[in-house]
Ligand binder design. Structure first.
Ligand SMILES: [Mg+2]
Length: 111
């Protein structure tokens, strides 16, 4: 999951450009993530609308991919702001859940 490391480095670099005074706080980040999650949910609603044959605006999987990417970026920004290692957190939580529900699939620790 080296992608987490790459994303974190890019988020750190971009935030220095974007928030020069480092004014953005955890509350802002939480609202940002909720907003992006809502955007993803709205796309899902429109995809489901098409599947159900209900009139109204439509959306595409490409739009869903963009919004899901925004959510992941926001999650990493929150983790960055409070010093959470997302790779370790995802691995741990994935494996705890597998253990809890009796499934054998685990995320391995990289060599
Ligand atoms: Mg978005």
């Amino acid at each position: 999951m080296a992608e987490f490391t790459t994303l974190r480095a890019a988020n750190e670099a971009r935030q220095k450009e974007w928030d020069k005074g480092a004014k953005i706080d955890l509350s802002y980040r939480g609202n940002e993530m909720a907003g992006e999650t809502g955007e993803a949910c709205n796309i899902i609603k429109k995809l489901e609308r098409e599947r159900l044959g209900i009139v109204g605006s439509r959306a595409t999987l490409e739009q869903l991919a963009e919004e899901l990417a925004d959510v992941i970026i926001c999650v990493d920004l929150i983790a960055m702001s409070v010093g959470i290692n997302m790779e370790a957190a995802v691995r741990s939580k994935f494996n705890v859940t597998s253990e809890k529900v009796g499934l054998k699939t685990r995320l391995a620790v990289p060599l």
